[in-house]
Design a protein around this ligand. Structure first.
Ligand code: S0N
Length: 272
């Protein structure tokens, strides 16, 4: 499956490309197993915001550069007092903003995992809608080993995927799990040979692209709504409002206001 990837924007730490309705975001720091620093995350956020507004993109594939790692979490070399420190010297945990953006994006995000998805990198794949792993993939959390933890999505979503007992094992013992073990525990969707990871991810993306974008959008919001509480409901409700704005009934309200008359909602009837 040959794709003509077009670079959308130029970044330092990531590569953002698109082709045939698919956006591909690659963490490009292979020298540290694609660990993220604040600038990496800021660039990912910028790319995902662009993807949200880009009507030509329907599905995102997230991956790491090279075959050794999807992402190894926060760059421990720049972990300072209270967060990860970038060029502006401000300690941040801006990966939490990125996690929420992935959840809120009204388009599916597929994690294509080759090699390590570890620590904060593991939480990133957990936040993605689907995960396709190469046979060399390795999954796990390291927080208690390196003096950190992600008690947000890193706990809530992981528990939904694999159950509380398994999630506690993953966090308390900091073991590493291979792709087959991850598949068996419901952590990922599929395992393929490394040389088929790209092709398989694109195939899944294309199958999604054939489907109704609004149906997919509502399904993603609905899957996330109960886990994400009021923020999840806000996303689902916002989607409902978007659809409502497309109806003659909603337009009657706006037009009546602009025409300084009483709205006539009586003509629209009521469904059971
Ligand atoms: C992935 C591991 C197991 C791979 O081991 P392997 O194959 O032996 O390779 P290495 O030689 O270890 O690695 C190759 C080179 O890459 C560097 N490197 C790898 N990971 C990182 C990293 N995370 N930061 C900086 N550098 C990294 C190695 O140092 C090596 O470089 P050289 O050759 O120059 O020495 C193994 O690499 C490993 O265990 N890595 C660390 C994994 C880890 O602990 N990650 C951090 C976990 N924590 C988070 O991610 C926190 C995330 C976060 O932001 C957060 C979010 C919410 C709430 C809280 C937090 C929080 O910060 O606490």
């Amino acid at each position: 499956m040959t794709m003509q990837w077009e670079r959308v924007k130029e970044y330092t730490d990531i590569i953002y490309e698109r082709a045939e309705g698919i956006a591909r975001v690659t963490i490009n720091r292979p020298e540290v197993h694609n660990a993220f620093r604040p600038e990496t995350v800021a660039e990912m956020i910028d790319a995902f915001q662009h993807i949200r507004d880009d009507a030509s993109t329907g599905v995102v594939i997230m991956r790491g550069q090279g075959n050794l790692a999807f992402c190894s979490g926060g760059d421990q070399r720049v972990r300072g007092h209270g967060g990860y420190v970038g060029g502006d010297q401000i300690p941040r945990l801006n990966v939490l903003d990125l996690q929420r953006l992935i959840r809120q994006l009204p388009k599916p995000v597929i994690a294509a995992v080759a090699g390590y998805a570890i620590g904060g990198g593991h939480v990133l794949h957990v936040c993605c809608d689907l995960t396709i792993a190469a046979e060399n993939a390795v999954f796990g959390q390291t927080g208690p080993k390196v003096g950190s933890f992600d008690a947000g999505y890193g706990i809530a979503l992981l528990s939904r995927l694999v159950g509380q007992k398994k999630a506690k094992e993953i966090w308390f013992l900091c073991r590493q799990y291979n792709a087959q073990e991850a598949l068996q525990m419901g952590l990922i969707n599929a395992v393929v040979p490394l040389d088929r990871l790209e092709e398989e991810s694109i195939q899944w993306a294309k199958e999604i692209l054939e489907k109704s974008p609004i149906a997919i959008r509502f399904l993603k919001a609905a899957f996330n709504a109960d886990t994400d509480g009021a923020a999840g409901l806000q996303q689902l409700a916002g989607d409902a409002t978007m659809l409502f704005y497309m109806t003659d009934e909603a337009k009657e309200g706006k037009n009546a206001f602009l025409e300084k008359r009483k709205p006539d909602f009586g003509k629209f009837g009521r469904l059971p």
